[in-house]
Design a protein around this ligand. Structure first.
Ligand code: GLC
Length: 751
């Protein structure tokens, strides 16, 4: 990719066009610390799927031309641009953030054909062994200390340095391990933590893309894509939190969910009848283990046809939901995009009549196989198709369904992947699967969100498997088909932390593991580790060992109850984190590096996480272990269980028998908690408990009806609690327009 020498420069408003001999580059100053870099190889006016609406905030900037460079400077960032479009970005303190690597990409030693054949013979894929060039490509210089975070749901460890990844939404049956290149989501957002500064890069391109973070070379990292533009954003920020704030400013923030969606949830593929569902529903109540949601997997449909109902096994439509509702459950049903190709089936016939399905290169409706057999695929890129799909949720919602689980939307297909030339649309523009693939789940969940909002007026609860950057505006996510493996439970921490830092504040894993067979110990440890994960759902695959807590005996039931009750106690704290996240973009579950970036001990810390800033969770993640090596960062911490006061910046060995998950509360904390309920809505929350630790503290707590948008009209309370050194707490109402608590009680630990 040669740009040649720098030539003319044009400025229009916040946009600068730099003409090079062979290619133009367009820079847009969106904010003093967000600059878009567009090399329009493909189209100048591409409309981002991740970013909606106008985001530019007028920012003063200067442009200076020297013999060697064009220097573009805002109050926070400066870019130095040279011939061949080599660019450096600096922060306002003069730290070098990003710089284009000026050398060539290394090509690995060619593999001779004989060696490649042998690898193939044993089942290895040798095609990717020799790094080739990509149609769209940019190389950035790498320093030895650079660490990388973000990238959505990618498998492996917290710090992505030394690994390579692909963005191509993929449903792969093998156990996800750290050498997986792609999973279900494409979120090409990177946080680059340098020795003494940080910045973000968001590569907005939906074609198949590649990110190599120092695996190929110690000198550079690269981003490449098969097609489209080179279109990326340089995101400044003094801290990782500010970089995340900028990224979510651009792509949107997780909206405040309904309170019950933060409750515990049970699911299984293989509840084959309404009777099965009600047995589970009754058992939770009988054992007094709180539970808010039971999911209905594809079993409830008539022959897996979406928007149908199996009246033979699942009773008359709606009847089951009445029974679930009477026990306080909120039903969530799965919906897949693959629509059965069957004459007489209303979804298929309507979609054909209206021309709503994707077509093959010859113009015939494209068919592949999914659960219902021969299936066709809605063209969700078009608004009218999304509206049609959205409205079809009405019947389920009217029957009492409270949330929708969008699955198989990579899209998954059993007879091989959809060919690249299958015809789809991006609104009115004709395009192909190659461009649409990575946003198929994004568009589907966008439609589902709109349908729920329109037909219920409540804050939609959507869970999706596949998505793209920015989908957090419409949907929560889970990490797909993990397995009941210790390594998959371990991965929960880095995977959810990276998803959170990539905008997806509301995310979770299948607790207990989806595939393979869970064990009593694994389920206990998983519930302990996940009880602070935003989406808290136990789910498993048909044919695997049943995974409800009572399948493993009384001790496991007791441990599950203990941690699920703990979750219900902390609901208002988690809810507050979502409320605050609408402003800050910060996730609920955070790696320690997010708040302690200067501490080298936490840059690669995979086994602990923070919940907000106040709670540190250090779950046991190894089979057989009854002790945990815990690292406490700077400050003073209190052991949640014993009240013991501990100094930070040290490792300690915490006894952790099977029923103990080490949890610590930061000194100077005020944490709101509720009394345990069996489900949200069982009783009114009339008492607020404040769990405090010694030290000066301030905390703002939000309270509303937990369901709809009345808070946006001002119907909520905002409490400001202040604690002085002596432990006295003062309450001030920052906003008061909702029935308040009757009582506020304080419980101090570590006194
Ligand atoms: C997919 C989903 C899984 C679901 C199954 C059946 O594998 O990832 O969660 O249970 O399909 O619908």
């Amino acid at each position: 990719m040669n740009f040649g020498k720098r030539q003319a420069l044009e400025q229009r408003g916040n946009q600068l066009t730099l003409h090079f001999e062979k290619q133009d580059v367009i820079l847009t100053i969106l904010k003093d610390d967000i600059i878009r870099v567009l090399v329009p190889y493909w189209m100048k006016d591409y409309e981002s799927k991740a970013i909606e609406g106008e985001n530019a905030v007028p920012a003063d900037f200067t442009v200076e031309e020297t013999a060697d460079a064009v220097i573009v400077k805002t109050s926070r960032l400066s870019l130095h641009i040279h011939d061949e479009f080599y660019m450096e970005a600096y922060d306002d303190k003069g730290h070098l953030l990003m710089s284009d690597y000026q050398g060539e990409r290394l090509k690995k030693a060619e593999l001779d054909q004989k060696a490649a054949d042998l690898l193939e013979a044993e089942g290895h894929d040798s095609s990717k062994l020799n790094g080739g060039d990509y149609a769209v490509q940019t190389l950035k210089a790498l320093a030895p200390e650079d660490c990388f975070y973000g990238l959505g749901d990618k498998s492996g460890f917290l710090n992505k340095r030394h690994y390579e990844y692909e963005n191509w939404n993929s449903d792969l049956p093998q156990a996800h391990n750290e050498d997986f290149h792609a999973l279900y989501k494409s979120i090409p957002f990177l946080i680059c933590l340098r020795k003494d500064c940080v910045y973000g890069l968001f590569f907005d391109n939906t074609f198949h893309s590649y990110i190599n973070l120092g695996k190929e070379s110690d000198e550079y990292f690269y981003y490449g894509a098969d097609d489209g533009n080179l279109d990326y954003y340089i995101l400044g920020g003094e801290t990782m939190a500010e970089v995340i704030g900028n990224y979510t400013y651009l792509t949107g923030r997780t909206p405040l969910p309904q309170l019950w969606t933060l409750g515990y949830q049970q699911s299984r593929w293989g509840y084959t009848s309404a009777k099965d569902i009600m047995e589970v529903a009754d058992k939770y109540r009988e054992l007094q283990i709180p539970c808010d949601v039971i999911h209905l997997d594809i079993d409830y449909m008539d022959h897996f046809k979406v928007f149908t109902w199996d009246e033979e096994n699942y009773e008359k439509k709606g009847q089951l939901f009445d029974k679930m509702k009477a026990l306080g459950y909120k039903p969530v049903t799965i919906i897949d995009p693959g629509t059965k190709k069957e004459d007489g089936y209303f979804m298929y016939e309507e979609g054909v009549a209206k021309d709503y399905f994707a077509k093959d290169a010859e113009g015939n409706i494209y068919v592949n196989e999914v659960w219902p057999g021969e299936s066709v695929f809605p063209d969700f890129g078009r608004k009218e198709v999304r509206d049609w799909w959205a409205d079809h949720h009405k019947e389920l919602l009217d029957m009492g369904v409270q949330g929708i689980w969008d699955d198989m939307n990579e899209p998954a297909s059993f007879r091989g992947e959809l060919p690249m030339d299958v015809a789809f649309h991006d609104e009115d523009r004709e395009t192909t699967h190659a461009e649409i693939h990575n946003v198929y789940g994004h568009n589907m969940s966008r439609a589902t969100f709109a349908g729920i909002q329109k037909h219920t007026g409540k804050r939609p609860f959507v869970i999706t498997r596949a998505c793209y950057a920015g989908s957090q505006k419409y949907t929560t996510v889970w990490t797909g088909d993990n397995q009941s493996l210790w390594s998959h439970m371990q991965m929960l921490v880095p995977q959810l932390c990276n998803l959170g830092m990539s905008g997806f504040a509301f995310c979770g894993t299948d607790v207990g593991g989806f595939g393979a067979d869970c064990t009593p110990e694994l389920l206990c440890r998983w519930v302990e580790a996940a009880c602070f994960s935003p989406l808290f759902r136990n789910h498993s695959c048909q044919g695997s060992k049943r995974q409800e807590p009572w399948q493993f005996g009384k001790d496991v039931v007791d441990i599950n109850r203990k941690y699920i009750e703990l979750r219900y106690r902390f609901l208002p704290y988690i809810y507050d984190l979502f409320y605050q996240g609408q402003e800050s973009g910060l996730p609920v579950m955070r790696p320690l590096v997010l708040h302690y970036a200067d501490d080298p001990e936490v840059r690669d810390l995979n086994g602990e996480f923070l919940v907000g800033e106040q709670i540190l969770v250090a779950p046991v993640l190894e089979q057989g272990a009854t002790r945990k090596m815990v690292y406490l960062p700077e400050g003073v911490w209190y052991d949640f269980w014993t009240g013991e006061k501990l100094q930070g910046r040290q490792y300690l060995l915490r006894e952790a028998p099977i029923d103990v998950c080490p949890i610590y509360i930061k000194a100077g904390s005020i944490i709101p908690t509720y009394d345990v309920c069996q489900y949200v809505g069982e009783k009114d929350y009339t008492t607020l408990h404040l769990l405090t630790t010694p030290g000066k503290a301030e905390y703002v707590h939000f309270q509303d009806n937990g369901t709809d948008y009345a808070y946006e009209e001002g119907q909520y309370n905002l409490y400001q609690f202040t604690q002085d050194e002596a432990g006295n707490i003062k309450t001030e109402m920052l906003h008061e327009n909702y029935p308040g608590y009757q009582d506020i009680q304080v419980e101090t630990i570590g006194k």
